[in-house]
Design a protein around this ligand. Structure first.
Ligand SMILES: *Cc1c(COP(=O)(O)O)cnc(C)c1O
Length: 393
C-alpha cells in the first residue's frame, strides 16, 4: 500500500510508503547505511547516470528517508517531498534551489527568528533581497510584492504570536507575478491544516517539532509539486544537508501518532488559553482557537483545531515574564516546541534574541511575552505551574 488515494489520513499516517524487505518485517526497517553496493561496474554507472532507479549513497537518497518523504507527502497531499537535516536547512535548500541573485522575496515579519536571519542577513550576501511585512493583512503583502518577487514566505499560525494568514489570498497575489507561496506548517502539521489545499505551492516543516513529537531528533522537509521539489533535490544532493536515516526512522514513527497528538495538544492548549484569558496579570493572550483572536474565523476555515502554542503578554515586562518562567517546576524552560512535555520560552531573549530590537518591536514581540508549547500533561498541573509565577486567577 502506498499511494492509494482512497485511503484516509489516519490510514496513510500509519501505512503510506512502507515497502517491506525480503524479510517481511512488520515495523518499518531502519537502513542505517551510508552507501549501497552495486552488482557490477555497469550497474553502478547506470545508477549514477540516472538511467535506472535505485540507491547509491545516503546523501542522495536512502530507503528509510524515502519512506519518511513518501509518508509526509501523502499526509500533505503533495506530489513529492524532500527531507532535510533540520527545518532551517529545508528553508535554506528551498531558497538556494529556487532563487538567484536579483530575485526578491516577501516574508512575514512575524516568522521564526532564524528564518528572519536567513532572509534578512544571509540571503542578501547572494544578491537576494527580502521585504518583511508586519502583521497579516493581505493588502500589506499586495503592496510589498514586486514584479521580480519569486517567493512569498509565511508561517501560519506564526511563531510566537500565532498570527493567521489568508493562504488563498496570498497564493493568488503570489501567482499573479509568477511567484510561489511557501508556507511553514510547523505549528499545525498536516494533521490540522494542509496548505496545498489553499493554494500554497510549497510546505516547509521543522520535523524537529510536532512530527517527531517527543523532542528526540532534528529534521526538516519540503513538500510540493514534482518540478520545484526536483530543484530542491538537485540542491540537496550537491550541497548535502541530508536527513540521517536514523532520524527519518524516528520521524516515521512520530507520524503514526501525529493526528492523535495534535488533537490532544489542541484540546489542552484551548483549555489553558480559556483559563488564562481573563487572568489579571495577563495583558493579552494569543491563541487562534479563542474567539477573541483577531483571525479566529480565518483559523477556523483553514485549521481543524488551534494547535499547541499559546502565547501571552504578562503585565510588567521582562521581570514579570521571567518570574513566570523561573517559578515553573514542571514545565521545561527550553526553546523547543511540539513535544509531549510542555515547554515555556521567553522569545524576546531566546528564539528571537538575535533579531534587531526594531524588527522585534515591528513583529510585536515584547519583553513581557511568554510562549507556552502546551504538551500532554494534565491541564490542571500545567495551569498550577504557571499560576505560581502569575498569581491566582
Ligand atoms: C523551529 C522552527 C524552525 C526551524 O527548525 P529547526 O528544525 O530547528 O531547524 C522553522 N520554523 C519554525 C516555525 C520553527 O518553530
Amino acid at each position: 500500500m502506498n499511494e492509494d488515494p482512497r485511503y484516509q489520513f489516519d490510514t496513510l499516517a500509519i501505512r503510506a510508503g512502507q515497502e517491506r524487505s525480503q524479510y517481511g518485517e512488520h515495523s518499518e526497517a531502519l537502513y542505517l547505511t551510508s552507501s549501497f553496493v552495486f552488482p557490477s561496474a555497469a550497474q553502478a554507472a547506470a545508477l549514477f547516470a540516472g538511467e535506472v532507479e535505485g540507491y547509491t549513497y545516503s546523501r542522495f537518497t536512502n530507503p528509510t528517508v524515502t519512506l519518511f518523504q513518501d509518508r509526509l507527502a501523502a499526509l500533505e497531499g503533495a506530489e513529492a517531498c524532500i527531507a532535510t537535516a533540520s527545518g532551517m536547512s529545508a528553508i535554506l535548500a528551498t531558497a538556494l534551489a529556487l532563487l538567484q541573485s536579483g530575485d526578491h522575496v516577501v516574508a512575514a515579519r512575524g516568522i521564526f527568528g532564524a528564518s528572519q536571519a536567513l532572509f534578512g542577513t544571509l540571503l542578501p550576501k547572494f544578491g537576494v533581497t527580502t521585504t518583511f511585512v508586519p502583521g497579516c493583512d493581505p493588502e500589506s503583502f499586495r503592496k510589498a510584492i514586486q514584479p521580480h518577487t519569486k517567493l512569498v514566505f509565511i508561517e501560519t499560525p506564526s511563531n510566537p504570536l500565532t498570527e493567521v494568514h489568508d493562504m488563498a489570498a496570498l497564493a493568488d497575489m503570489a501567482h499573479a507575478v509568477g511567484a510561489l507561496l511557501v508556507v511553514d506548517n510547523c505549528f499545525c502539521t498536516p494533521a490540522l491544516q494542509r496548505p496545498l489545499e489553499f493554494g500554497a505551492d510549497l510546505v516547509i516543516h521543522s520535523a524537529t517539532k510536532h512530527l517527531d513529537g517527543q523532542g528526540r531528533v532534528m529534521g526538516g522537509a519540503v513538500c510540493g509539486a514534482k518540478a520545484p521539489i526536483e530543484e530542491v533535490f538537485k540542491f540537496m544532493r550537491t550541497a548535502g544537508p541530508s536527513l540521517s536515516p536514523f532520524n527519518a526512522w524516528v520521524l516515521v514513527k512520530g507520524l503514526e501518532t501525529l493526528k492523535l497528538r495534535m488533537q490532544a495538544h489542541s484540546a489542552n492548549a484551548l483549555e489553558l488559553a480559556r483559563r488564562l484569558e481573563s487572568h489579571p496579570a495577563i495583558e493579552r493572550i494569543f491563541y487562534p482557537g479563542l474567539p477573541s483572536h483577531p483571525q479566529h474565523a480565518l483559523a477556523q476555515r483553514q485549521q481543524s483545531a488551534g494547535g499547541a502554542i499559546v502565547s501571552f503578554e504578562v503585565k510588567g515586562g521582562r521581570a514579570a515574564a521571567w518570574r513566570v518562567v523561573d517559578n515553573c517546576k514542571l514545565l521545561s524552560i527550553t526553546s523547543n516546541l511540539g513535544d509531549v512535555k510542555t515547554t515555556i520560552t521567553h522569545p524576546g531573549t531566546t528564539t528571537h534574541g538575535r533579531v534587531t530590537p526594531e524588527a522585534r518591536a515591528e513583529a510585536g514581540i515584547t519583553e513581557g511575552l511568554v510562549r507556552i508549547a502546551v504538551g500532554l500533561e494534565a491541564i490542571d498541573d500545567i495551569e498550577a505551574d504557571l499560576l505560581r509565577g502569575l498569581g491566582p486567577r
